[in-house]
Structures are given as C-alpha cells and as structure tokens.
Design a protein around this ligand. Structure first.
Ligand code: ATP
Ligand code: MG
Length: 377
C-alpha cells in the first residue's frame, strides 16, 4: 500500500488530471504533474509541475524517481513512456492495456480475439485497402484513424468510395479502420475500478448523448432495462479481467436494435461520462483512480442520487459578455446543480471548459432542470 504523505504522479495535465490531483490531495498525497503545457489545468492543484514532453526521457526519469506511483489521464500518452516509467515506480494502468486502447486496430482485434461484441470493421493501411474494405463492410460507413482521435476528431462518415478516399487522404493517409455505421438506439458507458488484487467496483451504467461527435449530456442511471444494464456491467468487468487491468477503466457501448450491445471503445482512465460520480456517487471515479493506484481498498461505487451532467464547451465563452457571469448565474442559481470549471485560459469551439451536474431523486426531474439551464446558456 502506498500511504498518504507519499508522492503520486499524473502523466497529462488536462481536466482529468486536475480532478485526479484534487482527489489525491484530498486524501493527503502530494502530486506531480507532467505535461508540456505550462498552463495545464492540473498544474494549478499540483505540488509541482514538470513542463516536458511526454516522451522526454530525462524528464520522465526524474518524474519516475520522485513518485511512488504514476497514473495517466489520457490514452495518447505513449505506452513507451509508461513502460519506461515502470523501471522507477509503480505505474497503473500498465503500458500493455494502454497500448491496446490507444490504437483502434489493436483495440478491435482485442475485442474480436476475446469474443467481445463490436461493430464490423476492416483495417485500412493504405489507399489500396479502401475498395476491399468497402466491399466487406458496405456503405455508409465511418472511417476512423487508428490513433490520436478524440471527441469525434479523426473520423468521418462516408457514403461513397470517393468520399472514403478523400477522408483517408485528409487524415494524412495514416492507418485507419472502416467501421459499419450502426443504427444507434442509445449510447451507454460503464466505468469501473479494478485493484491489483482483482477487487472490482462498477459504477452504475451511464446514458450518453453526443452532439457533433462530442459528449453533450450524461444521465445516470441509464434509462434501460435492468437486464441490459447488468449485461453491460458484466461485459465491462470481463474486459477488465481479460486485460488484467489495474486502475479505472471506461467502456463505451452502442445499444442497437433488439437491445444488443456493441462495444465502441475503451479508455484506460476516468471518463467524461463518469463526471457525475463526483457529486452523485459515494466514491467518485478519481478517488477510485487514486485508490487503485495506491493499493487502497476500493470505495463504494453506489449512486446516491439520479444525476444529469452537461458539458460546457468553449462555444459558450462569448467575448462580449464576461463568460462566467452567464454560466455562473444560470447554473449557480439552481440549488440542485453543481458547477465544475477546469481553469482553462483559452476557450475554443468544442473545447471542454467545464461541466455541471444536476441531481434529483427522479431522473426525469434532473433532466428537465439540466435542460432548462442548458437552454438559458
Ligand atoms: P470520444 O473521445 O468522445 O470517445 P472518439 O473520437 O474516440 O470520441 P468514437 O467514440 O469512436 O470517437 O465516436 C464518437 C461518436 O460518433 C460516438 O459516440 C457515436 O455517437 C458516433 N459513432 C462512432 N462510431 C459509430 C458507428 N460505427 N456507428 C454509428 N455511430 C458511430
Ligand atoms: Mg468515444
């Protein structure tokens, strides 16, 4: 067990790193953040900020030697860097699980090899693979770059072979997957924490609504039948087992016709769709990340109140009005709403600047209140 008073490290200083840092410091740990951005949101809360690239070996060595344990807040931190850090301290999740999830090709191969359901796909390494891929998958389809995509970036819907060729070129002719366009009934996610001793705590299933490929609203619990929720939690637990996973894992699912589940993707970290846990669960996903990292017993993941989370994107930051005035007024005046802002200096369209969560005993009331606030923004 790594006890409070020790120093923990977080690779990546975005909002997820910030919330990890807050949880770790609440439990009495010191935190060092490594991130190249001198104004990274996590650095505000950390004891120390190493401003360096994620693959800077000198910086990583110093970081690894100063920390008792290190976790990551995004899957695009090179798995190579995690492997390197593991020479010096505990690293959770391990590089292998992160490597699988940071590449859509290896991720999908992992799903199919182990019998986990996912959408049909074909691998595209070069232009020549496009016509056979379309022949196999059909149209319309989605082409996604295998690495470094997020928030719907790095993917395009395609209706013709020409569109697929153009999309492939636009993405820089890097390896991609062509995925069947599935008729979505609903999107859900399961987040769980799994300790080194295989003890697992699964959060309730969340229901996710996206807008322009970016998560917009999350409802917890998801409005789905109990048996479907159980099935999703079971698949996520099995996935974590197969990965021999230690840490917080997020599994995104599509629900298609007939209540069938397909895994969309996994994230080896806390997830935007789990932000509601900060206010609505007995233990939140970031505290679980600290607990799994340090080998502490897991907290209870139970939901204390139905909750609806709404993301606040940079689009709302209007130069003509002091941006926080509008948000402050409309969110803070609702006594059932909790506001979280990430302290980012610069707002850009589509950039996640904060979120709020509305709680009520009845999910439909929480949703109505949350959407009321959203419409005033
Ligand atoms: P994020 O980082 O937000 O998870 P991402 O860039 O990794 O997003 P995906 O999760 O693959 O991308 O896709 C984003 C959204 O696009 C999905 O949540 C879903 O709404 C839609 N989408 C992706 N793949 C498919 C598909 N095969 N069929 C239908 N819709 C899809
Ligand atoms: Mg996704």
């Amino acid at each position: 067990m790594i006890l409070p008073g020790s120093t923990l490290g977080i690779l990546g200083g975005g909002q997820l790193g910030r919330m990890f840092t807050a949880a770790a410091r609440t439990l009495g740990y010191h935190v060092i953040v490594l991130d190249p951005d001198p104004h990274s949101p996590a650095a505000h809360f950390a004891d120390r900020h190493i401003v360096a690239d994620f693959s800077d070996q000198h910086a990583l060595e110093a970081f690894g030697k100063e920390c008792a344990a290190i976790s990551t807040e995004f899957e695009n931190a090179p798995a190579q860097s995690l492997r390197f850090l593991a020479q010096f301290c505990t690293v959770r999740p391990g590089a292998e699980a992160v490597a699988i999830s940071q590449n859509r090709i290896s991720e999908k191969q992992f799903f199919t090899t182990h019998g986990f359901p996912c959408a049909r796909y074909a691998v595209i390494q070069s232009r020549d693979d496009i016509a056979p891929a379309i022949h196999q998958i059909g149209l319309p389809a989605i082409i996604k770059r295998s690495q470094l995509g997020y928030d719907g970036k790095g993917q395009a819907r395609v209706n013709t072979t020409d569109e697929a060729l153009r999309a492939f070129d636009d993405m820089g002719a890097v390896p991609c997957v062509l995925e069947e366009l599935v008729p979505l009934q609903l999107e859900i996610s399961v987040i769980l924490a799994r300790g080194a001793d295989a003890q697992t705590a699964v959060f309730p299933v969340a229901e996710n609504q996206h807008c322009n490929g970016i998560l917009d609203v999350t409802l917890a619990p998801a409005r789905i039948p109990d048996n479907l929720a159980e099935q999703a939690r079971h698949i996520a637990t099995q996935l974590a087992e197969r990965l021999d996973y230690c840490g917080v894992l997020a599994v995104e699912f599509f629900v298609v016709a007939g209540g069938r589940l397909l895994i969309n993707e996994i994230a080896p970290r806390p997830h935007n769709s789990g932000h509601y846990t900060l206010n609505a669960c007995m233990t939140d996903q970031f505290e679980q990340q600290v607990r799994t990292l340090c080998g502490l017993p897991l907290g209870d993941a139970r939901l204390l109140s139905s909750a609806v989370m709404v993301n606040l994107l940079g689009d709302l930051w209007d130069a003509s009005v002091p941006p926080l005035q509008k948000i402050g007024e409309h969110v803070l005046t609702c006594p059932q709403a909790k506001l979280h802002l990430y302290g980012k200096r610069e707002a850009r369209p589509g950039r996640k600047m904060g979120h709020y969560t509305v709680m009520d005993a009845k999910i439909e009331h929480a949703l109505a209140l949350a959407l009321d606030i959203k419409s005033t923004l």
